[in-house]
Design a protein around this ligand. Structure first.
Ligand code: ADP
Length: 164
């Protein structure tokens, strides 16, 4: 039976750090579903449709990956697609407490779902979507850390805001 993993997140927007984790997950699992959370509790810069579209475009060349979105509880969605594991990325120590909390809570809700933590390549260890947004807003160039479509989308957002 094919082993499916779920990689959930806010992806506001997707970065090369996320993509690095996704690629690593495809080396372990037969299929990986990257799923954009609809109910994040976060004030996102990009709408759900925009986040999903950017994820689809940025991962188009990676085989055995599907992009989707989900409302409500991630464990319900994981069950719905028949995922055997949930993938999360661990960067610096600061991620650990938060990620452990979520993993334990998800396990409490559904003991059948295990969370697997993957560590990105060194150069992505301190990369986050919020840092990217901040730097682009200030006019910085970060081509090494974001897919081209994300760079364009961020610049368009910044220009729109400037014109307001
Ligand atoms: P969430 O709001 O669910 O934390 P994010 O889009 O911020 O969604 O992150 C999704 C997952 O990807 C999280 O597990 C996060 O730790 C991981 N992640 C984000 N950026 C990186 C990165 N640069 N390297 C490795 N993992 C990352």
């Amino acid at each position: 039976m094919k082993k499916i993993a779920l990689y959930p997140g806010t992806f506001d927007p997707i970065t090369n750090g996320h993509i690095d984790i996704l690629k690593k997950a495809t080396e372990i699992f037969d299929h990986v579903v990257l799923a954009v959370a609809e109910d994040t509790g976060k004030n996102t810069q990009f709408s759900l449709d925009e986040r999903k579209k950017l994820c689809t475009e940025a991962t188009a060349q990676i085989e055995r990956v599907k992009v989707d979105s989900f409302p409500g509880l991630v464990v319900d969605y994981a069950k719905k697609i028949g995922a055997v594991a949930m993938i999360r990325g661990l960067r610096a120590v600061s991620d650990f407490e938060y990620e452990l909390q979520i993993a334990l809570m998800n396990k409490q809700i559904d003991s059948g779902i295990n969370t697997i933590f993957l560590v990105p390549d060194y150069k992505y260890l301190y990369l986050s979507s919020s840092l990217i947004k901040q730097i682009i807003r200030l006019g910085g160039v970060l081509d090494e850390f974001i897919p081209p479509c994300v760079g364009q989308a961020l610049k368009a957002k910044t220009n729109n805001t400037d014109n307001c």
